[in-house]
Design a protein around this ligand. Structure first.
Ligand SMILES: C[S@@+](CC[C@H](N)C(=O)[O-])C[C@H]1O[C@@H](n2cnc3c(N)ncnc32)[C@H](O)[C@@H]1O
Length: 239
């Protein structure tokens, strides 16, 4: 059973598009200005991208994907490929970006994917924070070790990730049109959680050590439902 995607995810994402739009837009802006690959003037030399945990790309930006010459998406969900093509295929075709969608466990197969695509950038799209649900509840340390290991596996590579840092219920209802909380750079985590109206305890997604030290990390609020928020983090690593 897929605990982090599948039909339930597609249904929820489709129904929540309006509620999630401010976060999707903030992610798009961040991708376009921070996850900018060394953009060569010659479009023929654009890099390629391995997009892991792509699903249908419900919160992914076509504009950003257009920066790549070729995009290979990976998801364990067999419905994801068709839905991703439906949502992003036209925009990518219009821009001459090749699109290949694969049904595959890209975390397990990461070493093989990296050696088969030695120059490709990699982006983990809201998948690393889900690892804790795919392991037994008591294997948290193992999950943390696996997540820490990724930066070692990806050494020398241009890569990024967007993932859950924490999530949980809120102390008051979140109006559909309420402004997204924005984290001030000076705030420590507790201050940020207060701004998110976090009602303790929040779930730790075990992703605190995904990025190498020194990588600039962006924080996003995600109004997941009328009374539940996620704290997302994103970073882009250059070799
Ligand atoms: C929270 S959803 C994010 C979906 C997507 N990024 C979006 O914007 O719609 C996480 C996705 O990761 C996929 N996934 C989980 N483990 C995976 C793995 N080992 N390899 C590839 N995909 C995986 C799930 O099937 C699910 O579609």
């Amino acid at each position: 059973m897929n605990l982090t995607g599948g039909l339930a995810w597609h249904w929820l994402a489709w129904r929540s598009e309006a509620r999630w739009a401010p976060t999707s837009l903030a992610i798009e802006n961040w991708l376009l200005s921070n996850a900018q690959t060394s953009s060569p003037s010659n479009p023929e030399n654009r890099p390629s991208l391995l997009l892991i945990g792509a699903s249908a790309g419900w919160m992914m930006s076509s504009l950003w994907l257009q920066k790549f010459a070729k995009v290979d998406t990976f998801d364990i969900d067999p419905r994801a490929a068709l839905l991703f093509k439906w949502r992003h295929g036209k925009a990518l075709q219009a821009n001459g970006t090749e699109l290949h969608c694969h049904t595959r466990d890209a975390l397990q197969d990461l070493p093989a994917l990296l050696s088969a695509n030695p120059k490709a950038c990699v982006f983990f799209d809201n998948v690393l924070g889900q690892l804790r649900f795919q392991n037994q509840a008591t294997d948290w340390q193992q999950v943390e070790r696996r997540l820490k290991q990724l930066k070692v596996q990806l050494k020398g590579r241009e890569w990024g990730s967007l993932h859950d840092r924490m999530s949980g219920p809120c102390t008051r209802p979140i109006a559909l049109d309420s402004a997204l909380p924005i984290r001030h750079p000076d705030w420590h985590d507790q201050h940020w959680l207060t701004q998110l109206d976090a009602q303790s305890p929040w779930l730790d997604h075990l992703t605190q050590d995904v990025f190498p030290t020194g990588v600039s990390v962006q924080n996003f609020a995600w109004n997941f439902s009328a009374n539940y928020r996620h704290w997302l983090q994103a970073g882009w690593v250059r070799p």
